[in-house]
Design a protein around this ligand. Sequence first.
Ligand code: MF3
Ligand code: CO
Ligand code: CO
Length: 276
Amino acid sequence: MSYVQAVEAPERNIGQIKLYDSAEAFAGMRAAGKIAAGCLDMLVAEVREGVTTGRIDDLSRQYLFDHGALPACVFYRGYRHTVCTSINHVVCHGIPGERVLRGGDVLNIDVTCVFDGWHGDTSRMYAVGEAPRKAQRLMDITYEALMRGIAAVKPGATVGDIGHAIQSYAEAERTSVVREFCGHGLGRVFHDAPNILHFGKPGQLEELKPGMMFTIEPMLNLGSPAVKVLNDGWTAVTKDKSLSAQYEHSVGVTADSCEIFTKSPAGLDQPHALAG
Ligand code: MF3
Ligand code: CO
Ligand code: CO
């Protein structure tokens, strides 16, 4: 894998890792990340029994428009919605629609916006009313796994170090790591090099360098890690129908560690942990 100065690269995935080491790029990602995170903050009060996932999508789209941003997922590979709403055993890419939220459901809401050409991509878990204890535990572990992955990010570390931090913790807690979906480079391009695997060995894969920007978005299951995609071409579910959870942040590698672009401005980074 090779690296390229982002300002010299075309704005598409060319298989090289873009380095965005300018204050302007970090400011752009901070602004985009803040809008995406603000959208998830807004949804904390909207996720409740009786609400449809389509309504959550409408509110999200309006929030992005109101903040001068666009939904990056609309028309992305034929997707037509602003957010993905992945409920219970849905791993990711759940399609918003008529489904009504019920007490005891847990769901991931994943939003990606584009603001001034920069992408903000983040997701969190929400509980509808009170979540079952095992769901609560899975969501706690998934958030902690994400934060351990982020803690591994610094120049000189590798993509394998991130995956190892996540996998070793998740498996020690008797959960499993989904292999089919990964984090990704992010910046002017939505899904860019490199892939950020949520499993791996220390010291393996690409070295992290200042100016790299990417997401970390582990999906953890209570049962087997196996997933399948439904006939709609999007909805990924656990094969064994066990519960799945995911959290996602967008980050940028700094001189000595990393900056999280999608931290909650309102301190609502873990909606699932709020009293139902
Ligand atoms: N936001 C998702 C991610 O984390 C991508 C969703 S693609 C879509 O990469 F088309 F399903 F929206
Ligand atoms: Co996302
Ligand atoms: Co992502």
